[in-house]
Design a protein around this ligand. Structure first.
Ligand code: FAD
Length: 473
């Protein structure tokens, strides 16, 4: 599998210099866009796309460095904590970065593991080492958006800051220029651009210009110990971090599981899903590589291949669109007016069961399916996609207000899911609780016109007892 991927990369181009980079994937955030004559290197601040291979940001940075005949640097800026991320998340990040460090060594690229937030420390670092350009990843979430914005103002004069969307197949700003209403309104906009953007990646090459500035050696153990994070939520043994493990999982999906994806994906007792989301979330593998692999190696399972690409490209990039164009992507203000109204109309409806955040976190509800799903997320770092919808909708039914339901579902998802803190997570919770990207349904208690799901419906779809048995206390 990896050999065939390597050969595809070589077929795409022998080197980044032979490869025509599609400039629509990049945008300059500073006034200056030219590499200054005095520049002694290019630096790529890697934050969302934590991989070397199949990474447009790095490919862009290497092309720029080679064109200007200067060395190439990559940095990761480590914060002591990040929102509510736990040691489960940081362990995944750090182990993935160990591989990035090794790959950089092989490719004559300096990998700097810096302490602090890039927006604060990079301006001095760039000035001190006379780096002539900075390349960054794209994320539609408010914190990284604000970092990019601040950095564009604080870099030394004449140093361009270029942002590359390496997370989406069709760059988010190019897919659509407005907040889309639903999958049906963005689908053709994305699909009509796939010929242009769903192309193979060239390989990163051994960088031909060696830097005098050497990166400090990294002590990964100490780095892990100095984090100020919740250590009660530990790493998940069965989900191995890093590019290699991510590609291995992709291969096992493409070669074995994808054939039942279309018919089996809504059955949590079947092993039909790709499980790629943790690696995608941390950018350890590329969604574009997943789509290329599915199309190349599993096209004979057309229905499944199409269904997988619909989720991976259209639905995922719809989430990016929502967060990019809606600053209230994680609160009720961000819902459509029909949804806000119906939730308001049913605010005072009597709730038969009301649980606290702690009771929900401890999986102590009357519903054994819900408890099993909650336990699956806590233990395995991932809840089955179908149950995620049921799980969030029940939180709406069992808490005092839609605001509380949304905030608890985001809190639990971000704390326990390896793929949490993602546009998909915010949109998933908003879809379930606030009808985002959905339509109005028959009006009922508490939910109003928001789509309802119940235990009986789950029983019709899959063997609920079997799932509960697997995830018992
Ligand atoms: P597969 O079905 O194999 O799909 C492959 C990829 O397609 C996924 O990794 C994901 O990138 C994308 N995808 C699949 N389903 C969706 C969807 N409904 N919307 C957008 N993209 C999708 N996804 C996250 O990545 N992180 C989250 O924190 C997250 N939280 C969610 C919370 C709720 C309440 C809901 C309803 C959904 C959430 N999702 C989240 C979306 C979806 O459930 C997961 O992407 C999926 O379960 C991940 O498993 P997989 O990679 O095996 O999926």
């Amino acid at each position: 599998f990896m050999e065939r991927i390597d050969s595809d990369r070589k077929k795409a181009a022998k080197s980044v210099m032979e490869f025509k980079f599609n400039k629509k994937r990049a945008r300059v955030l500073t006034k200056s866009s030219e590499f200054p004559e005095w520049g002694k290197g290019v630096i790529y601040w890697m934050f969302r796309d934590q991989r070397i291979h199949d990474n447009w940001s790095l490919l862009y940075a290497q092309k720029l460095a080679i064109k200007n005949e200067v060395p190439l640097h990559v940095c990761f800026c480590r914060l002591p904590k990040f929102l509510e991320a736990t040691i489960r998340h940081f362990d995944f990040i750090f182990k993935g970065l160990e591989e990035v460090e090794e790959d950089c060594k092989k490719l004559n690229i300096q990998f700097h593991f810096l302490i602090g937030c890039g927006k604060d420390i990079l301006p001095d670092f760039v000035e001190k080492h006379k780096l002539g350009a900075v390349v960054i990843d794209f994320s539609p979430l408010r914190l990284p958006m604000s970092w990019a914005n601040e950095l564009s103002k604080s870099l030394p004069k004449d140093v361009p800051l270029v942002q590359v969307d390496s997370h989406n197949v069709v760059p988010c700003w190019h897919a659509s220029d407005k907040k889309e209403y639903a999958a049906r309104t963005i689908r053709s906009k994305i699909n009509s651009k796939l010929d242009e953007f769903l192309t193979d990646f060239p390989p990163v090459i051994i960088h031909p210009f060696t830097s005098e500035l050497k990166a400090d050696p990294i002590d990964w153990d100490t780095a892990g110990k100095t984090l100020e994070v919740d250590r009660t939520v530990g790493p998940v043994e069965s989900v191995i971090p890093g590019f290699k493990a991510g590609m291995k999982n992709l291969y096992s999906f493409i070669s074995r599981r994808i054939k039942i994806y279309d018919e089996g994906r809504n059955d949590p007792t079947k092993d039909a899903l790709s499980n790629v989301s943790p690696w995608l979330h941390f950018g350890q593998i590329s969604p574009q590589r997943c789509a290329l692999s599915a199309k190349k190696f599993a096209s004979k399972y057309k229905k499944s291949c199409d269904a997988f690409c619909e989720e991976l490209i259209v639905r995922r990039e719809l989430s990016e669109n929502f967060c990019y164009y809606n600053k209230n992507y994680d609160n009720i203000e961000g819902a459509e007016s029909w949804a806000r109204k119906t939730l308001e109309d049913h605010r005072s409806d009597k709730r038969q069961h009301v649980y606290t955040k702690q009771e929900l976190e401890d999986a102590k509800t009357h519903d054994s399916l819900w408890n099993a799903a909650q336990r699956q997320m806590c233990r395995e770092g991932k809840m089955h996609g179908f149950l995620r919808m049921y799980w969030a909708k029940k939180i709406l039914e069992w808490t005092k207000s839609p605001e509380e339901a949304l905030s608890i579902s985001i809190y639990l998802n971000d704390k326990y899911s390896l793929d949490g803190r993602d546009p998909n997570g915010y949109v998933g919770c908003m879809w379930s609780i606030c009808g985002t990207h959905d339509q109005g349904w028959r009006e009922r208690e508490i939910f109003g016109k928001i789509r309802y799901m119940n235990f009986e419906g789950c029983k019709r779809k899959f063997n609920v007892d079997n799932f509960i048995l697997r995830h018992r206390k």
